[in-house]
Ligand binder design. Structure first.
Ligand SMILES: *[C@@H]1O[C@H](CO)[C@@H](O)[C@H](O)[C@H]1NC(C)=O
Ligand SMILES: *[C@@H]1O[C@H](CO)[C@@H](O)[C@H](O)[C@H]1NC(C)=O
Ligand SMILES: *[C@@H]1O[C@H](CO)[C@@H](O)[C@H](O)[C@H]1NC(C)=O
Ligand SMILES: *[C@@H]1O[C@H](CO)[C@@H](O)[C@H](O)[C@H]1NC(C)=O
Ligand SMILES: *[C@@H]1O[C@H](CO)[C@@H](O)[C@H](O)[C@H]1NC(C)=O
Ligand SMILES: *[C@@H]1O[C@H](CO)[C@@H](O)[C@H](O)[C@H]1NC(C)=O
Ligand SMILES: *[C@@H]1O[C@H](CO)[C@@H](O)[C@H](O)[C@H]1NC(C)=O
Ligand SMILES: *[C@@H]1O[C@H](CO)[C@@H](O)[C@H](O)[C@H]1NC(C)=O
Ligand SMILES: *[C@@H]1O[C@H](CO)[C@@H](O)[C@H](O)[C@H]1NC(C)=O
Ligand SMILES: *[C@@H]1O[C@H](CO)[C@@H](O)[C@H](O)[C@H]1NC(C)=O
Ligand SMILES: *[C@@H]1O[C@H](CO)[C@@H](O)[C@H](O)[C@H]1NC(C)=O
Ligand SMILES: *[C@@H]1O[C@H](CO)[C@@H](O)[C@H](O)[C@H]1NC(C)=O
Length: 487
């Protein structure tokens, strides 16, 4: 027994010493060390960060920010983000043969030196992550710039590329340059001053189809949205075009992006209404419930918001603020159970806030201010919550705004049978959706139409123009009509 224990103990000790020795024996490759020291030479490290540990008396695999392969001792990763580094980025560093990861973001470099011999690669590059992004462009004078992106072509393994904040205004062919990168999944080019680029439609952008994430925000891109590259980037799930000069209408081809979950087109010059996209629908697929963020704020969009948008039950954030949208919030919004942030402020939405909104349990931010909503704000934890704003709707009342006056309370009492009716309308509507999407679509449109018509009649009543009997009759007739249609 004790013999067995001893044997076991010695085996473990042997194993332990082997692996720790293993680590010690890994030695930095001399060529790699030389390349790193050349890189260090260009850098001004005034705050004595990681790079101050890069001393010849220590093995380069022990330098901070440097990671070596534990068997070959070749440098594979370099992470010097947020080190207050200034001076020059000498991109000869990319000649490190086994480098797969380079992160130099959030520094204050002044110069970017791209050696002409960077093209002359004799071995396949394994670089998959490259972040040279800089905040300098936003801040002040010191600006990194690149005349072109041709030097990227040998890095065919690149999956992630962040060049945000580097001035690329001289590069008019960036799309072609990144198109030569067959593995690229994530491309970040915000604040790059890319206002000059040309989309050459004669080029086949077959390789861009691998892209999943594309950030081109704040670039002053002046183009019609329909002329951008939606038909070549079908797997895109994240698209950010915030803060450009993109104009024209939202093209139906945007719906070719079946997979997108995050769409930000805010702060552009888009006009017109959101396309319905249901061409007597064959494209039911377009309703991808996986979408989580849609931001169309700060454009010049108008018209009613298509009901399909309120069927995106996975949507967590919807921002339509600062446009000219009209119409009402449909009751079906209560089905958007994942909604966390809803901003419809600064539009021309009208009508009552549907009671169903109190079902949005995750809602933590709600902004309905500066519209033409009326009636009483429904009661609900989220609707009276801390982050709910309703100001600038003169006809809206109830907590957290002023109490409704007695005159305005009349609609409230008269509303209760309407809400029940609304419930049964909704029920039959969902039945209709079960039968088939087309039926559901017309059910929704029909019921909204009816509700709206009825609402008009109702207001006539409140204004003292109509009479109670008329309204009741209208309601009964129209519900009967709706149920007739549904069955
Ligand atoms: C950049 O580094 C390479 C070696 O990696 C060196 O030959 C070259 O002189 C350096 N360039 C500058 C401008 O320091
Ligand atoms: C290095 O950077 C510091 C602070 O950014 C600056 O004061 C100093 O002049 C720089 N030195 C050189 C040699 O560029
Ligand atoms: C070497 O690194 C790999 C992961 O990169 C790890 O799985 C392996 O255990 C390491 N080997 C030794 C001997 O440390
Ligand atoms: C690098 O390639 C260019 C052509 O692209 C060639 O003119 C040059 O001589 C090459 N340099 C080296 C060092 O191989
Ligand atoms: C790309 O770089 C910019 C600027 O450093 C940064 O704000 C952004 O978060 C980066 N993108 C990603 C996906 O990390
Ligand atoms: C796409 O990538 C492949 C493989 O890297 C390459 O052969 C082809 O030329 C590229 N196509 C375009 C249009 O750049
Ligand atoms: C944006 O682009 C337009 C032309 O496309 C140009 O006139 C304008 O100066 C650019 N603005 C900035 C800030 O670069
Ligand atoms: C993409 O759209 C452009 C312009 O709208 C068109 O010329 C091109 O043929 C389309 N390509 C594909 C693959 O659909
Ligand atoms: C939604 O996402 C899930 C999991 O990420 C995936 O399995 C499903 O195919 C997606 N649905 C659509 C319509 O893309
Ligand atoms: C919605 O968009 C506007 C304008 O872009 C912005 O000011 C606001 O903060 C956004 N709302 C939310 C909740 O992010
Ligand atoms: C917004 O669009 C309307 C037409 O829908 C147009 O008359 C108006 O000039 C546009 N406003 C701006 C600021 O572009
Ligand atoms: C609103 O009405 C409640 C009672 O219903 C009352 O307690 C409250 O003081 C009123 N608030 C205002 C601002 O009039």
């Amino acid at each position: 027994m004790s013999l067995l224990l001893l044997l076991l103990l010695s085996v473990t000790t042997f194993h332990k010493s082997l692996s720790s020795n293993d680590h010690k024996f890994v030695q930095c490759n001399e060529k790699d060390e030389e390349t790193l020291l050349f890189f260090k030479k260009g850098i001004n490290d005034s705050s004595h960060g990681k790079i101050s540990t890069w001393l010849t008396e220590k093995d380069c695999c022990t330098w901070e920010g440097v990671h070596c392969d534990n068997v070959t001792g070749r440098v594979t990763e370099l992470d010097l983000h947020d080190q207050n580094l200034a001076g020059e980025i000498n991109l000869s560093i990319l000649k490190l043969e086994f480098l797969s990861y380079l992160d130099l973001c959030e520094n204050e470099f002044d110069v970017l030196n791209i050696p002409a011999t960077l093209h002359n690669f004799t071995h396949p590059s394994s670089l998959f992550y490259l972040d040279l992004s800089s905040f300098a462009f936003l801040d002040s004078g010191s600006t990194l710039h690149m005349d072109n992106l041709d030097w990227l072509s040998p890095f065919s393994s690149l999956k992630y590329l962040n060049l945000s904040g580097i001035d690329l205004h001289k590069e008019t062919n960036w799309l072609q340059a990144v198109n030569t990168l067959p593995s690229l999944l994530d491309l970040q080019l915000s604040d790059c001053n890319l206002n000059n680029f040309i989309i050459n439609p004669s080029i086949e952008f077959s390789n861009l189809s691998s892209l999943v994430t594309l950030d081109l925000s704040r670039n002053n891109i002046t183009s019609q949205l329909k002329n951008l590259f939606f038909n070549i980037t079908k797997d895109l799930t994240y698209l950010n075009l915030l803060g450009n000069n993109i104009y024209g209408e939202i093209p139906p081809s945007l719906q070719n992006l079946q997979n997108f979950r995050h769409l930000d087109l805010s702060w552009n010059q888009l006009q017109g209404s959101i396309p319905y996209g249901i061409g007597q629908e064959y494209s039911v697929d377009y309703i991808n419930p996986n979408r989580t963020i849609i931001d169309l704020s700060a454009n010049n969009l108008s018209g009613e918001v298509p009901l399909e948008l309120f069927q995106l039950v996975q949507l967590q954030t919807l921002n339509l603020s600062h446009n000219n949208f009209i119409g009402t919030i449909p009751k079906m919004i209560g089905g958007m159970k994942k909604m966390e942030s809803l901003d419809l402020s600064n539009n021309k939405f009208c009508g009552e806030i549907p009671q169903s909104m109190s079902l949005l349990n995750f809602l933590s931010y709600l902004n309905l201010s500066y519209n033409n909503f009326d009636g009483k704000i429904p009661i609900g934890t989220q609707l009276q919550g801390f982050d709910a704003s309703y100001i600038g709707n003169p006809k809206l009342c109830g907590a957290p705004l002023n109490n409704c006056t007695t005159k305005e309370e009349i609609p409230e009492t008269a509303t209760s049978p309407k809400n029940e009716d609304g419930g049964s309308i909704r029920e039959s509507l969902y039945q209709g959706m079960g039968v088939g999407f087309a039926a559901g679509f017309w059910g929704i449109c029909g019921s909204l139409f009816l509700i709206r018509k009825w609402r008009h009649a109702f207001y006539r009543f409140v204004d003292g123009v109509g009479d109670k009997l008329y309204v009741t009759l209208m309601v009964i007739m129209q519900i009967a009509e709706l149920l007739g249609r549904q069955h």
